[in-house]
Design a protein around this ligand. Structure first.
Ligand code: SAM
Ligand code: GLN
Length: 282
């Protein structure tokens, strides 16, 4: 059997073809953890140890896919989010760490919510994490993508929570199906289509366009439609939470204020970018 160091080196060389050296090393360690079941400590403390068991076919697959910029979470088939494991693959967005901060904000402010809706649920990251954090809340999740609906359903079951996962169109009349909600939360597509060219290959070539992009001349299309629906579907005093595009924070505040939403508050993420907004129905 090869040593950990040998496999780590192979992964670093593969990843370095498409990532900068620091990121290549991080991804390589992550890959070897998944391949061998050893934790990072083990890899760092005694890298010259022989690996007890590893599938060399899988080693080759990881090497090839890393060098092709396939996201590590797709290669492994899993992503961690809010301390939970989510199955992911082509057709569903890899949940991002920024979004964990949105989940924590909702959980902090809405411990007694009875009914919560997550719009554009993808892997189910937000809905499933909130169902876990708020065990007395009834959670519903909608998405327009069949692939996403499948993943979200599986991820709710695998994490042992009840989430009603249903098909719905955020740009359509989704609100007619709901009333007296306490919370609506959404991380909708918000990346301007023109940013596509400058995104890393691992996002651009692999993650679903449907989950990411909006037209440059209408960055708020999802937010307007969701806010207008939420104005009907929420109870008075109910809260609306969004993850937002950092460049659209001012436009968002203005749009929500014009529509009469109360208690509008922006928050920054760990990168110090305006990333979340909350408001309440009067
Ligand atoms: N909530 C997940 C998360 O935070 O990781 C996924 C967010 S992803 C940025 C946006 C999601 O919105 C995708 O799952 C996509 O399929 C979904 N979506 C795109 N257009 C939609 C529409 N018209 N109606 C409902 N969902 C839509
Ligand atoms: N933050 C994600 C990215 O930059 C996009 C998430 C979204 O569109 N809501 O890839």
């Amino acid at each position: 059997m090869p040593t950990y160091a040998e496999i780590i080196d192979r992964m670093i060389r593969a990843a370095a073809k498409v990532y900068d050296p620091r990121e290549a090393r991080t991804l390589a360690l992550w890959a070897v953890e998944a391949l061998t079941g050893a934790d990072r400590m083990r890899l760092l403390v005694d890298p010259r140890a022989e690996i007890e068991r590893v599938d060399m076919g899988e080693v080759e697959r990881y090497e090839r896919e890393l060098s092709e910029a396939r996201p590590i979470q797709y290669i492994i088939g899993m992503a961690e989010f809010c301390g939970l494991q989510f199955a992911v693959g082509e057709g569903v967005l890899v949940p991002r760490p920024e979004t964990e901060e949105l989940v924590r904000w909702v959980a902090e402010e809405c411990p007694k919510a009875q009914r919560l809706l997550d719009i554009g649920t993808g892997s189910g990251a937000i809905a499933v994490s909130l169902a876990k954090l708020l065990p007395t809340t009834e959670v519903v999740a909608i998405d327009i993508s069949e692939v996403a609906l499948d993943y979200a359903t599986r991820n709710a079951a695998a994490n042992g929570v009840q989430v009603a996962v249903v098909k719905g169109d955020a740009l359509g009349d989704w609100a007619s199906e709901f009333e007296e909600l306490d919370v609506v939360v959404s991380n909708p597509p918000y990346v301007p289509a023109s940013d596509r060219a400058t995104m890393h290959r691992n996002v651009r070539d692999y993650e679903p366009e449907l989950a990411l992009f909006v037209p440059d001349d209408d960055l708020l299309q999802f937010y307007r439609s969701i806010a207008d629906g939420a104005a009907r579907a929420l109870r008075t005093g109910g809260a609306l939470y969004f993850e937002i595009y950092e460049g659209a924070a001012e436009q968002m505040v203005k749009m929500l204020a014009e529509r009469g939403w109360a208690e509008i508050e922006l928050r920054r993420d760990f990168n110090d970018k305006n990333r979340m907004i909350r408001c309440r129905k009067r």
